[in-house]
Design a binder for this molecule. Structure first.
Ligand SMILES: [Zn+2]
Length: 166
């Protein structure tokens, strides 16, 4: 397929592959780390904790929430992929923690030009309290081994620092 609008990215990919150094890696997390964080473009999840490709499992969604799919990933990661530390990392100035669900729906409806009332957006009222609940979800999951360390951190998108809350 050509002319798809992805040409710049495919060109960059060929440059990337020209000196590719990760061929033959297996899929484990070599540093034993899994990280659940937001989709936010200001977050560089590997570099912010000094890791690189091959080191960690990364699961992202709006808000960096421990959803059912995130728990599925964590169970896989802790049993099959060498993970023994799990970091849950929401961040400051997160869109889903600073608007109500109605406000987000209104903005989406205005952009889409059609009704968005049926679309669920999982907004967060109290970010630190939600983080505590998410850490608890992982720690109390019957298939997450007790030996796994679980931490909850707030990432400051203006300083780059992690603040451990749990
Ligand atoms: Zn966010």
């Amino acid at each position: 397929m050509t002319g798809s609008g992805f040409d710049d990215l495919l060109s960059a990919n060929r440059d990337f592959a020209s000196d590719f150094a990760y061929g033959g890696f297996d899929g484990i997390a070599r540093a034993g780390v899994a990280l659940v964080t937001c989709m936010d473009s200001r977050i560089d999840p590997l570099r912010m904790i000094g890791l690189g490709p091959g080191d960690a499992k990364i699961f992202r969604n709006p808000g960096g929430r421990v959803t059912e799919a995130a728990l599925e990933a964590i169970v896989l990661a802790t049993h099959l992929l060498n993970v023994n530390r799990v970091l849950i990392v929401p961040h400051t100035r997160c869109a889903v923690a600073s608007s109500s669900e109605d406000e987000i729906r209104e903005r989406i409806a205005a952009s889409a030009g059609t009704d968005a009332a049926w679309q669920r957006f999982h907004v967060i009222d109290d970010q630190v309290a939600a983080l505590g609940q998410d850490v608890h979800k992982v720690r109390s999951h019957p298939l997450v081994p007790e030996s796994v360390q679980v931490g909850g951190f707030l990432y400051d998108v203006d300083s780059g620092l992690l603040d451990q809350k749990y």
